[in-house]
Design a protein around this ligand. Structure first.
Ligand code: NAD
Length: 382
């Protein structure tokens, strides 16, 4: 299959591009490399030393003989995107290419506006490009479980049957996002659903949980292929951030009470979920939603798990509850459905002590690169 991986230089996109290439698909990466520029802006870095995108794809070609094409450019530039569609004629378009940090979107007005322009307009351009150039192309769009918020009822996969004043309907599940970033995902969802309805586009919205881990079988083939690992308080996701803090002997900073519960998944499952979606495309006009996570944990549970594994490696690290920079529920009900991907064949890689140990060992190996000042939150929601 001809597959475009937009955002293919990022944490989820790079291992996905390699995995799909390994499986024999014709993979093309589209990326404007802005993630590397956020690092410069924030004086941050990946724990692992990552090679340039050019070096990465050249190494992949050298090792496997497989070619991954690269277009460096911005989804917000429609002329550029049109050219990519006309030249590559994608059968599936995997869309990772957004600004994905909630704290980044909450820095100030400029960052909120940038996040909305980058994400919402970029996605709208993708919808128009599909309509105009490849109406059969299957859009596989990365959404987030954060779109739903934390309602006091079970979270369904995209839709809920509602009975109201004696009548019934199946409606989009209510959204209660918790940051301007999460709001962009909700706006994307609405735009995609509308485009499917009016133009007959086929789309799968993967409402992904928080991703942890670092390597996949493919990224382990050579040090030049290593994936990025974010740890700072702006881009580091909960579990990866705790593991990094443990590696440098810093307290694991749990925000507030620590009862915030979310769905999580291993990066090895992210790549497989995208493959499953690609192999089982949505019907024409169908807007399909899968909840893409495998297990749920509270942030305090995660910190405690890391604490135990670190202890086995001779590292004593404390869990400290710091003032919550976010506005969010700290104790709440959380029960989300995630059966669609499992029914289509996903076999989850669960969060075992060995998995935690492996990530921690990578962080220990590169601990000199960690900028200690960056692990504490500086951006507040208020
Ligand atoms: P990332 O920031 O590491 O990667 C995103 C990539 O997209 C970067 O390489 C960036 O340069 C590129 N990009 C951004 N805007 C672009 C634009 N306008 N044009 C072209 N390229 C652009 O993020 P990630 O962690 O790999 O996340 C990928 C997707 O998955 C995002 O949409 C994110 O919202 C979603 N997601 C991620 C997580 C997670 O835990 N990492 C959880 C849920 C959902």
């Amino acid at each position: 299959m001809r597959i475009i991986v937009a955002g293919g230089d990022g944490f989820c996109g790079w291992p996905t591009a390699l995995y799909l290439s390994e499986k024999g698909h014709e993979v093309t990466i589209v990326d404007n490399l802005v993630r590397r520029k956020y690092d410069e802006e924030l004086n941050s870095n990946s724990v692992t030393p990552i090679a340039s995108l050019e070096e990465r794809v050249a190494k992949w070609n050298e090792i496997t003989g497989k070619e991954i094409k690269v277009y460096e450019g911005d989804l917000n530039h429609y002329d550029f995107l049109s050219l990519v569609f006309k030249q590559e004629r994608p059968e599936a378009f995997v869309h990772f290419a957004e600004q994905r940090s909630a704290p980044y979107s909450m820095i100030d007005r400029e960052h909120a506006v940038y996040t909305h322009q980058n994400n919402v307009i970029g996605n709208l351009n993708v919808l128009y490009a599909i309509k105009e150039f490849e109406p059969d192309c299957h859009l596989i769009k990365l959404g987030t479980m954060g779109e739903y918020g934390q309602p006091n009822i079970d979270i369904e996969e995209g839709y809920i049957e509602v009975e109201h004043k004696g009548r019934k309907d199946v409606l989009p599940y209510p959204k209660q996002p918790g940051s301007f970033y999460h709001l962009t995902k909700v706006h994307d969802t609405d735009n995609i659903m509308f485009a499917c309805k009016i133009w007959g586009i086929r789309a799968t919205d993967l409402n992904q949980g928080v991703v942890y881990g670092l390597n996949t079988e493919e990224t382990l083939k050579d040090p030049v292929l290593v994936n990025r690992l974010d740890y700072d308080a702006i881009f580091g996701t909960a579990l990866n951030r705790f593991i990094t803090q443990a590696a440098i002997g810093h307290d694991m900073t749990v925000y507030g009470a620590g009862g915030q519960t979310r769905g999580y998944l291993n990066i090895k499952d992210t790549v497989r979920c995208v493959e499953i979606a690609a192999e089982n495309p949505a019907d024409k006009g169908e807007f399909r939603v899968f909840n893409q996570f495998t297990e749920s944990f509270s942030v305090l549970e995660l910190a405690q798990k890391v604490q135990e594994v670190a202890k086995d490696l001779g590292i004593d690290v404390e869990v400290s509850n710091v003032e919550n920079p976010r506005v969010e529920k700290e104790e709440h009900y959380y029960n989300a459905v995630n059966t669609a991907l499992i029914d289509l064949g996903l076999e989850p890689h669960l969060l075992t002590d060995d998995v935690l140990k492996e990530i921690l060992e990578h962080c220990l190996q590169h601990k000199d690169r960690i900028i200690v000042d960056n692990v504490l939150p500086k951006v507040t929601w208020k």
